[in-house]
Write a protein that binds this ligand. Structure first.
Ligand code: ZN
Length: 93
């Protein structure tokens, strides 16, 4: 038995388990009975989510050539400390 993937234009992808070599180019969709086309994909390979891939690429790039920054990336803007009343009595420069 092997797992085959089909794509219905209306209901999306679904998988069926069939004996080897018995998967046709099309199959009827279990939801709408419409014609679903076989999808060819690499077996046993999981796709990395786009956000995770970008984060891993960024981490690898940063390990090789770290980016020089002048502020915290994505951090909150710096908030000035509230003025203390005693500072008004300090001599001006
Ligand atoms: Zn369908």
């Amino acid at each position: 038995m092997a797992t085959y993937e089909y794509r219905c234009p209306r209901d999306g992808d679904f998988e069926v388990r069939l004996p080897l070599g018995e998967a046709g180019a099309t199959l009827s969709c279990p939801a709408c009975q419409g014609r679903a086309a076989r999808v060819w994909s690499a077996p046993g390979l999981a796709r990395t989510p786009r956000a995770l891939g970008a984060a891993l690429d960024g981490a690898a790039r940063s390990a090789e050539t770290p980016e020089v920054v002048s502020r915290i990336p994505g951090g909150r803007p710096a908030v000035a400390a509230p003025a203390h009343p005693a500072r008004a009595r300090l001599p001006r420069l």
